[in-house]
Ligand binder design. Structure first.
Ligand code: GLN
Ligand code: ZN
Length: 759
């Protein structure tokens, strides 16, 4: 029977137990013993769930982030943190969040940078390096978890990040060459091997996910050298890669001196046979055949057809696993009692994925017959998905076939449109606006909850929201903003809200996935053709516009962002699904326009994060992503002004694609990077209106007017003042009115000063 194992289990807990324990601990409502007890309880429960596996992961559990754990394991804690008083746990959370919990004087310190883990929505804390960074082994936490697992009767396989990926994912703050640190780092890895040897484990999983990215010769060589220098002793090493194809790193990965290789047989299926050919005969091959990134039930019969010949060839050298850590999927489908039963039967969360793995292994061992019943159930569920009327909508398909290229293009170019729009809006130079949401007060969240629980009826809820909208507009008017918004108080989340109003989407109740630290997201499930049965935002937008003579922006989430922040069907290309989303958004745009909303913002916060891991694939993604945005936005009259918003400052490398979207105005996050973004304009002249963010909404700090003036003057050196807007970096929903009001007031004041300076 092929050995089955797991690369990592979701740590947050089926009921988000870890989140609540962490937040209680940070608020000093529980002590560190209570936090550690919750953590140990979760580990124990999760190992129990994984008990049918031959090897269970240890070290995948983390109180905040596994890369941060690695920095502590390697003794790589920046001096600004290590020099402060307090124990290790305090230092840990200082580096994670910029402040120690339970610290009476609560000294704040710069937190480590958060960045996306490859192309997932999980964020890790970026390791920091300097030329003279020194490492030292600090293995007690990992060792005690190994002992914990072994005493509970599990066959523990510790999981660590490999030395090359650890270096690659970090940042050399002084610009030094990170690879210079490798020899020293390897010494610590070798000490780690020694320590693990004594713990009695047989296998160690070393993750080197950077093997699926483009590596230059220097890094490829470093791999070979490093792995030859590792003194593994009796410990067997499984080298794990995931998220993509190895491509030109394939040979390298096969030949590194380790005892086994794990590859992602979902995303790199086409490489499996090559790897089988190249992998030396003494090595184990672990195939990640169950999708660790998505929530669809696997086709076990098809997998058996695929695996049976491989198993014949590899015999006990074949291992099976999910494609990557299950960190990226929710814990247990059995909690989902509100899903339609057919949709429910099409899904598998972490617990179900492990059961699929067990079923696969048993069927490979004993043949399919004894498992007939389970295999039949699996086949039936998949058949019901294929046959379901819910997943195909002939009207949507026909509408997509009827698309014409001119539907995605505005009638005239930006300059001509801008003149028409200006004669209508008569906006001042440096117009001021916001990104959409305003503080989501306790009251707003409470009303939404009561409404969801049916303790507030439709009428009462509507009146509540109308009051909120009026309040939000009054505030904006008295602050003196030029283009207003309704405030988005009806939305819990910019993707979930739209998913609730679109056909083809389902929502889970407990489908939480960790985004960073204690933050989780609950991506909606896009299972079928997307259609918009009726207008979604028009009533609110119309209501808001009726309260004021200033223009109020209609607010929508764009197709690419809806796609990138959902669990998306896997039975057709993502680009196709995105076009359906685009069509639905387009209908909403046109309805808003018909209702007299003359400025419409279509947020594409997540456009950049959909970029493939390899640059060679970028242009393909950008082509369809941009064309989907254009389809959603560009059907309007010249007099309607389209805005879009993006939340990232690394803009340079995709500037042309962003320009090709042809929005009249783009607002973008920039304030933290001091307008560094604008350097991109030296190479490429962005042709349309742009609002570089001047208020860092992630910080409680209130920007001064002269600071904003200085930032905007910097911007005006690169972009003609006539095309500049003044706005915050992003939505204000996580801030309090006490912060937002003075910040926006300073912003309006700054705009006044700028107008005086530029006319
Ligand atoms: N319109 C949204 C808001 O203001 C945009 C949020 C985002 O970019 N993440 O909240
Ligand atoms: Zn944003």
């Amino acid at each position: 029977m092929p050995l089955i194992h797991n690369l990592g289990f979701p740590r947050i807990g089926a009921q988000r137990e870890l989140k609540f324990a962490l937040e209680n601990y940070w608020r000093a409502e529980i002590n560190s013993d209570a936090l550690e007890a919750t953590a140990a309880g979760l580990r124990s429960k999760h190992w129990q769930i994984q008990d049918t596996l031959d090897l269970v992961p240890v070290g995948d559990f983390s109180l905040y982030d596994q890369v941060l754990d690695m920095s502590f394991l390697l003794g790589n804690v920046p001096q600004r943190i290590s020099e402060l008083n307090g124990d290790e746990l305090q230092a840990y959370f200082r580096l994670a969040r910029g402040r120690a919990p339970q610290d009476p004087d609560s000294q704040s310190v710069a937190a480590g940078e958060l960045t996306k883990w490859f192309d997932t929505n999980y964020h890790y804390i970026v390791p920091e390096f300097e030329k003279d960074t020194r490492f030292s082994l600090n293995v007690s936490r990992l060792l005690s978890q190994i002992i914990e697992a072994r005493t509970q009767g599990h066959n523990a396989k510790p999981v660590i990040l490999g030395p090359l990926s650890y270096l690659r994912l970090g940042k050399a703050r002084d610009g030094s060459n990170k690879l210079d640190l490798l020899p020293q780092l390897l010494k610590v890895y070798n000490e780690l091997f020694k320590a693990l040897q004594a713990s009695g484990i047989e296998w160690l999983q070393i993750d080197e996910p950077i093997l699926v990215t483009e590596l230059d010769l220097q890094w490829q060589r470093a791999f070979t050298q490093a792995y030859h220098e590792l003194r593994r002793g009796d410990i067997k090493v499984l080298l794990a890669t995931y998220f993509g194809e190895l491509q030109d790193n394939l040979l390298l990965a096969c030949e590194l001196p380790v005892d086994g290789l794990h590859i992602d047989a979902i995303n790199a299926r086409s490489e499996v046979s090559k790897v089988i050919d190249w992998l030396p005969a003494h090595k184990v091959l672990s195939l990640g055949v169950i999708d660790g990134r998505n929530i669809w039930r696997a086709d076990i019969n098809a997998l058996l057809d695929y695996l049976e010949p491989i198993e014949k060839r590899l015999a006990n050298r074949l291992w099976l696993a999910p494609s990557c850590s299950l960190l990226h999927v929710p814990v247990d489908l059995r909690s989902e009692t509100a899903l339609a039963s057919d949709v429910h039967s099409w899904l598998a969360f972490a617990v179900q994925k492990l059961a699929e793995l067990t079923l696969l292994a048993q069927a490979l061992e004993n043949g399919r017959e004894p498992l007939e019943e389970a295999l039949r159930q699996n086949a039936e569920a998949l058949q019901s998905r294929r046959d379901s009327k819910k997943t195909t909508n002939p009207q949507v398909r026909a509408a997509l076939l009827a698309l014409r290229p001119d539907m995605s293009a505005r009638d005239t170019d930006f300059t001509a449109r801008a003149a028409l729009q200006q004669s209508q809006f008569k906006l001042p130079l440096f117009p001021t606006t916001s990104i959409g949401s305003f503080p989501q007060t306790l009251e707003i969240r409470r009303a939404r909850k009561l409404y969801r629980e049916k303790k507030l009826d439709q009428k009462e809820y509507e009146h509540f929201l109308q009051r909120e909208i009026r309040h939000c507009l009054q505030q904006q008017e008295s602050l003196g903003l030029d283009v207003l918004v309704h405030g988005e108080s009806e939305r819990n989340d910019m993707v979930e809200y739209f998913s609730e109003h679109l056909q083809g989407y389902a929502r889970s109740q407990f489908g939480w996935v960790q985004s960073y630290g204690s933050r989780c997201v609950k991506p909606p499930i896009l299972f079928g053709d997307v259609a918009r049965p009726e207008a979604i935002t028009v009533t609110w937008a119309k209501y808001a516009q009726a309260q004021t003579t200033k223009p109020v922006k209609g607010m929508l989430t764009g197709p690419v962002t809806l796609l990138n922040w959902s669990f998306v069907r896997d039975d057709q290309p993502r680009s196709e699904t995105c076009r359906q989303l685009a069509l639905a958004v387009r209908e909403e745009v046109l309805d808003l326009e018909k209702a007299g909303i003359a400025i419409i913002q279509i947020d594409e916060a997540a456009l950049r994060e959909g970029l493939p891991l390899r640059r060679t694939q970028w242009s393909n993604y950008l082509d369809w992503a941009v064309s989907c945005f254009r389809l959603s936005a560009n059907g309007v009259q010249d007099t309607t002004q389209i805005h879009t918003h993006m939340c990232y400052s690394e803009f340079n490398d995709i500037m042309e694609a962003i320009a090709a979207m042809d929005a009249d105005v783009i607002t973008i996050e920039t304030s933290r990077s001091d307008m560094e973004l604008l350097d991109a304009f030296d190479q490429f002249a962005y042709p349309n209106g742009i609002g570089p963010g001047v208020y860092d909404i992630h910080s409680p700090n209130i920007p001064h007017a002269d600071h904003i003036v200085a930032l905007m003057r910097k911007a005006a050196q690169k972009i003609p003042a006539q095309r500049l807007w003044v706005n915050p970096d992003c939505g204000l929903k996580t801030r309090r009115w006490e912060e937002v009001a003075p910040a926006l007031s300073n912003m309006v004041e700054a705009a006044k000063q700028l107008r005086a300076q530029f006319t």
